[in-house]
Design a protein around this ligand. Structure first.
Ligand code: HAM
Length: 413
């Protein structure tokens, strides 16, 4: 027997309604903010991610699913921001429209150690706004993330924001950290000792207890920020206040991907346990240029859909309450039921029948367990009278009807 690959999930029909609900909310919410859907390949040149996320990023170093084909190294996309930027440049959207807003829904792949809320194939709902450096746009993005979560029936989440500053500020932040961590380097975990050389910012969100203790004592503040970046950040928080979005400024917040500049944010939820980030994002003002495009600042975020579903209060059940279930009794009724099924479906009514030849009692039990609202019984009497028996499964009420009356009755449901 074959088994699914570790860290992947089968989303069975009973769970799909919950996914569809989240996706539908996203599809209804993004257009209110003028974000347009973009659908991109699941495979890209691996170098796209090496360049965008950084060679030292954990995702690149340890988690990419790579495919070697002839001389090409391809990767299953670990995230979509780099792909959106690649597409924006490749399709000359910077020349056609300059400022552009995109949203996407789709599978991402990271070879992480699977645990609750951490998969190797997971799904993002995310968006990117490319072509503006205005702080109001950062605030729109953060408030949109908050709005989406509320629409997903998620509450109790916490938004942390910070500013990494421009590339010069990031260098300054690196120096500040090097200096302040200096004496404690040997007390850091093995991974952080490596990060000290290659990706020191990541030490700030190491989950190791002794690293957390050392990091908690660091006074980082906003010393690394230049005047322009302080001004930018202030405007972001001012607009968030105006919009009533609750957030916490956390000077220890950094992100694991290299492309971020200025505003970064992460949204966590206490119901998620160890993997408590439900979504995250920020500015990446240099990525478009770095990947060969024009100088276009950008900002975006992505949610992990599996994590949204873990904490969404609205648990949609996969019930078939729109389905009409036809129960034919006997061979002739079975033939007749095919015509009726066809008629109902042509009228846009979801309909199915018992294909197992169950007894009336067995078929009714089946209809009940499927959560069906109406059963339509065709027995000898009904065949003779050219009628059907319509049974409301909730109230138990039943009535004999002609075909036309049946379609009319069911059309309103
Ligand atoms: P990220 O923080 O790597 O950011 O991923 C965003 C969200 O995806 C996380 O907060 C988490 O909810 C979910 N996620 C990440 N890895 C996994 C996993 N292995 N299993 C389940 N869920 C996971 C990005 O990917 C950026 N591209 C976000 C962004 C968009 N920044 C700017 N624009």
């Amino acid at each position: 027997m074959f088994k699914r690959i570790t860290g992947t999930k089968d989303i069975l029909p009973g769970e799909v309604s919950a996914w569809q609900r989240i996706e539908e909310i996203a599809r209804n919410t993004f257009p209110l903010y003028n974000y347009k859907e973009i659908r991109l390949p699941l495979i890209e040149e691996a170098a796209l991610f090496n360049r965008s996320l950084g060679e030292e990023a954990e995702v690149v170093k340890k988690q990419m699913f790579l495919i070697q084909r002839d001389h090409d190294t391809l990767a299953l996309r670990p995230e979509a921001t780099a792909s959106v930027v690649r597409s924006y440049i490749e399709n000359s959207l910077d020349k056609v429209q300059g400022f552009a807003k995109f949203y996407y829904i789709g599978a991402m792949f990271r070879a992480e150690r699977p645990q609750r809320g951490r998969l190797r194939q997971f799904h993002h709902i995310g968006c990117e706004a490319i072509g503006s450096a205005q702080p109001q746009l950062d605030a729109e993005i953060i408030s949109l993330a908050d709005k989406l979560l509320k629409n997903f029936s998620v509450s109790g989440h916490r938004i942390r924001i910070n500013s990494l500053g421009c590339p010069d500020d990031k260098k300054k932040l690196t120096q500040i950290l090097k200096k302040s961590l200096g004496d404690n380097t040997s007390k850091l975990c093995q991974d952080c000792q490596e990060r000290f050389q290659g990706n020191i910012l990541r030490i700030l969100d190491c989950k190791n207890e002794s690293c957390k203790e050392i990091v908690a004592k660091l006074d980082i503040g906003q010393k690394h920020l230049c005047g322009a970046c302080i001004g930018h950040f202030r405007q972001v928080t001012t607009v968030l206040d105006m919009l009533g979005v609750e957030y916490i400024v956390d000077d220890h917040l950094v992100r694991g991907l290299d492309y971020y500049t200025r505003t970064v944010f992460e949204i966590s939820h206490p119901g998620l346990g160890a993997q408590d980030a439900i979504g995250a994002g920020g500015r990446y003002d240099n990525l478009v240029k770095q990947l060969g495009g024009s100088d276009q600042p950008a900002v975006g975020f992505a949610f992990g859909v599996e994590r949204v579903l873990l904490v969404s209060a609205d648990k949609v059940q996969g019930v078939s309450d729109k389905l009409v279930y036809i129960i034919p009794l006997g061979e002739e009724a079975r033939q007749e039921s095919m015509i009726l099924l066809n008629e109902l479906r042509q009228q846009g009514i979801c309909a199915d029948t018992d294909y197992l030849g169950k007894s009336l009692k067995g078929a009714m039990r089946q209809a009940d367990s499927m959560g069906v609202k109406y059963a339509v019984i065709i027995g000898d009497n009904e065949l003779k009278n050219k009628t059907v028996m319509l049974k409301n499964m909730k109230s138990g009420e039943q009535k004999e009807l002609g075909r036309t009356a049946l379609v009319k009755e069911l059309s309103g449901n």
